[in-house]
Design a protein around this ligand. Structure first.
Ligand code: ATP
Ligand code: MG
Length: 392
């Protein structure tokens, strides 16, 4: 019964003069996600509203699912959008809508009318009252509750008329492309895909880097990261996944440095390399899935020791989250099942039995001096051999 959707957006509405930038980014992203969906769509904006209209047959469920992955969208309203009508015409349309949607429903309701077209011959209050009364007359199960209605019937009088009552929730946030790009350190775990999703939800495009340590980590472990990137790319748009061979660096640190500092030293080199790629590709910040206290390398002291090598801002959206809360989001965005597949991670292969939990930055810096002979060359080699996989 629906051929159009009214797309409600949240915070964009308060961006003053820049508002059109946000609206245009939202529209561009909507067009992009609808491209693979069956149907021809027209996406337009009018007086602070964005509409998606299907021309001819289309797949309703797929359309809604696609719109639910567009950051910036807070609600998707299937709407009956018709040319302007006099009151009798409007009444006929509304009653027909109500019969199709709520024929045998028992609910309290309220009519909410907005009159943007000030030439409409009745006020919004008059339209609501008159139509409300007609609905009570025709539908036994529907009774008026103006304070807490279970069903809110919206009528919008513009140059055209919109009738809707359903609001399907969107993901919220800000439209992609309104906040530059950032580089996500993406492992195969539960946390980093969620971290990427959360930052991207604020309008940030994402690229990613994965540190691979063959033969200690398998092709399957790498494939898992590719699969995770594909899952989040459904929301974040195209991701360039940089696969960096980390084996030589990891082995060299293992040979030269105290084993209880291995994880911290590895994390520092991961951050350095990620930052180099970020700067080379125009990313403005790094993103990790770290959360205070989750593991030895994520105590506050460890985080400080890792952060010591970074000059770009490092976004850690999960920093104060409990694991349970992270898992809830991972399930919602459908990365959880992939994340829990049991393939090894490059950090676990060499991990010390008793890693330092309170590293001192000066001690760590001193340990790194043992690497001076070869490490720069190894970093350059790893960067030169960067394998870039484009994930759409
Ligand atoms: P995750 O669930 O995201 O793997 P984790 O709890 O296993 O996190 P760590 O292994 O300490 O935590 O890693 C902390 C963060 O460092 C990760 O969230 C991720 O951003 C980054 N990271 C760790 N290992 C890798 C890797 N092999 N490649 C890229 N990034 C990594
Ligand atoms: Mg991990």
């Amino acid at each position: 019964m629906f051929h159009a959707f009214l797309v409600k957006y949240g915070e964009i509405g308060v961006k003053g003069k820049n508002r059109y930038v946000f609206e245009d980014a939202l529209i561009a992203r909507i067009k992009q996600v609808l491209r693979p969906v069956e149907g021809d769509f027209l996406v337009t904006k009018d007086q602070g509203r964005v509409y998606v209209e299907a021309e001819g047959a289309f797949d309703y469920d797929e359309t809604v699912a696609a719109l639910q992955r567009v950051f910036g969208v807070v609600g998707i309203c299937p709407v009956v959008k018709i040319p302007n009508q006099d009151y009798d015409g409007l009444l006929t349309e509304v009653l027909s809508y109500m019969h199709r949607m709520y024929e045998h429903t028992t609910k309290t309701f309220k009519v909410h009318t907005r009159r943007v077209n000030k030439k409409y011959p009745m006020t919004s209050m008059e339209v609501s009252a008159a139509i409300g009364a007609k609905i009570v007359e025709e539908f036994e199960g529907l009774t008026v509750d103006v304070h807490e209605p279970e069903l809110l019937l919206h009528i919008e009088l513009r140059n055209y008329i919109c009738i809707y009552s359903e609001v399907i929730p969107g993901p919220g946030g800000m439209p992609l492309g309104t906040n530059g790009r950032s580089m996500l350190l993406l492992s195969g775990g539960i946390d980093s895909p969620v971290a990427g999703y959360m930052v991207s939800r604020r309008g940030v495009g994402i690229d990613a880097v994965y540190f691979h340590a063959p033969p200690y980590t398998s092709e399957r472990a790498k494939q898992k990261v590719v699969d995770l990137a594909a899952k989040i790319a459904r929301y974040t748009g195209t991701i360039h996944l940089h696969v960096i061979n980390f084996t030589d660096i990891q082995m060299y640190i293992y040979d030269q440095c105290p084993h209880d500092e291995l994880t911290i030293l590895m994390r520092r080199y991961m951050m350095r390399i990620a930052e180099r790629i970020a700067k080379d590709t125009g990313c403005l910040a790094l993103i990790t899935g770290e959360s205070i206290g989750q593991v030895a390398s994520q105590t506050v002291q460890s985080l400080a020791a890792t952060n010591d090598v970074c000059t770009l801002p490092v976004f850690r959206p999960l920093i104060a989250f409990d694991k349970e809360d992270i898992v809830t989001i991972a399930k919602k965005i459908d990365t959880y099942e992939t994340s829990i597949l049991p393939y090894e991670d490059c950090c676990t292969t060499f991990v010390a039995k008793h890693p330092v939990t309170k590293p001192r930055v000066d001690v760590i810096r001193r340990s790194e001096q043992a690497l001076m002979a070869q490490i720069d060359e190894m970093v350059e080699k790893a960067l030169a051999e960067d394998e870039v996989i484009e994930i759409r």
